[in-house]
Design a protein around this ligand. Structure first.
Ligand SMILES: [Zn+2]
Length: 448
């Protein structure tokens, strides 16, 4: 009750700070909430009584924030967060391929890319005879491309409200639900200071809503320092400045969350790392005859067994910069041998090499690879490893964790929220030692 009253006061002050004297009610329950970054509100009903009693999780992703950046830059806010709670000083291991959409969706579903369906940022689906691309807003918001139950859908299905202030996949209805609040990605304004600050303001405003409407699980996504890492390389001054910029945003967010007085577990992760490209383009159709293939980047979709076998044989011993497998023979450690969206044969780079199927079509300019890349096998190329920092009332203090696969975050985050998680590729055992309750089953759990 005290929190309830305090929440209303905080909301009033946030709205005042934003100069929103005449805020529009967003829900039918008289809630005055006018977000700084426009949010779409989905009426999923109020939090259940049991959900209202749960603690909060704010999950932040810093795209391309390599595992060693925080130490390298002496990123004071991230390092302080890790010191207050837990962190992975040697990194968190992304799922293969170490790309943005596949890994964001692995984090929130606990599934490897081939199980949740986003096997790359862009791919072809031979069964649908259709393409998915992160630049295609229609595909991105079409839930039929996605498998698994993202944490927001899991929470909503168990009577708990959620908000995605950007997260790959959050603009689609998946597993029957959308987040109660979600933002739509805009690449033009995404990294402007106003839009970056707005994510923090929105999170605080949402946490100031009356307890019945207040989301318990909030995601926030920042596209930096990935952008700079690609354009200038992981060691460039521009990239290093972007690392400190997002560290400062984490500091602001942490202070703002602390000021709410709510029991919030703050979890900051990244999707993958970054490495300097060490080759010009390796163009596969200059080595193999790709006639009759659909392609997407370096993914190859042969239509007949004859075609697939031919290209496999032509690529097999062609280069030390990649290995090629028939789909079913891709090593189990990559978790990349079961989904037709992965293509057949499958080309896996052995180092930071830029591989593509074709040169751009006539009329489109061909330019050399940009300096920074990711997407590689993290077991071969440790620069692919991601970051993990977390602190809050349910997390032990001052502990480090050894590198772990990011699919293990799903059961851990579900546990923090008191949700019953479906089985996934992750295990609660991996991070149980970071939890004050050791991962023990509570007497009562949502969804049970
Ligand atoms: Zn990237």
């Amino acid at each position: 009750m005290r929190l309830h009253v305090w929440g209303r006061l905080a909301l009033a002050s946030v709205l005042l700070a934003l100069g929103l004297a005449a805020a529009q009610p967003l829900s039918g329950q008289g809630t005055a909430f006018s977000p700084a970054l426009p949010l779409t509100h989905v009426e999923n009903g109020p939090n259940s009584a049991r959900a209202q009693g749960q603690h909060y999780v704010v999950l932040v992703s810093l795209d391309g924030f390599r595992w060693d950046y925080a130490k390298r830059e002496k990123a004071s806010h991230l390092l302080a967060l890790g010191k207050q709670g837990v962190w992975a000083p040697d990194g968190m291991v992304p799922s293969y391929p170490s790309l943005t959409f596949p890994n964001h969706f692995s984090i929130v579903t606990g599934l490897y890319p081939e199980h949740h369906g986003l096997v790359a940022n862009s791919f072809f689906d031979p069964a649908r005879q259709a393409r998915y691309a992160i630049s295609d807003s229609q595909a991105v918001s079409d839930g039929t491309w996605y498998t698994g139950t993202p944490l927001w859908s899991l929470a909503e299905s168990q009577g708990m409200r959620t908000a995605c202030i950007l997260w790959p996949g959050s603009e689609a209805q998946i597993s029957g639900f959308r987040p109660s609040y979600y933002a739509t990605f805009d690449s033009k304004t995404e990294a402007t200071p106003a839009a970056q600050q707005a994510r923090i303001d929105d999170a605080v405003a949402l946490l100031s809503l009356p307890i019945a409407d207040r989301p318990h699980f909030i995601t926030i996504y920042y596209s930096e320092p990935d952008h700079e890492g690609h354009q200038f390389g992981p060691d460039a001054p521009e990239t290093r400045a972007a690392e400190l910029k997002v560290d400062a945003l984490v500091g602001k967010l942490k202070a703002a969350l602390d000021a709410t007085g709510l029991p919030i577990n703050l979890v900051v992760v990244s999707d993958h790392g970054m490495i300097h490209v060490d080759s010009g383009w390796i163009t596969l159709d200059q080595i193999a005859d790709l006639t009759g293939f659909d392609v997407s980047g370096s993914l190859l979709y042969g239509k007949t067994e004859e075609d697939r076998a031919r290209v496999y044989n032509q690529l097999k011993k062609a280069s030390s910069q990649f290995v090629v497998y028939r789909l079913k023979d891709v090593p189990a450690s990559l978790n990349f041998n079961q989904n037709p969206r992965e293509g057949d044969p499958v080309v896996v780079a052995t180092g930071p090499y830029a591989i593509r199927a074709h040169v751009p079509p006539a009329g489109r300019q061909d330019s050399p690879p940009i300096p920074g890349m990711h997407g590689l096998d993290p077991a071969r190329i440790p620069e692919m490893k991601a970051s993990f920092f977390a602190a809050g009332p349910d997390i032990v203090e001052g502990k480090t964790v050894a590198p772990f696969g990011n699919v293990n975050l799903y059961p851990w985050l579900a546990h923090l929220l008191g949700l019953t998680a479906p089985s996934s590729d992750g295990s609660l055992n991996v991070l149980a030692g970071t939890l004050r309750d050791g991962g023990a089953e509570p007497d009562e759990k949502l969804g049970k």
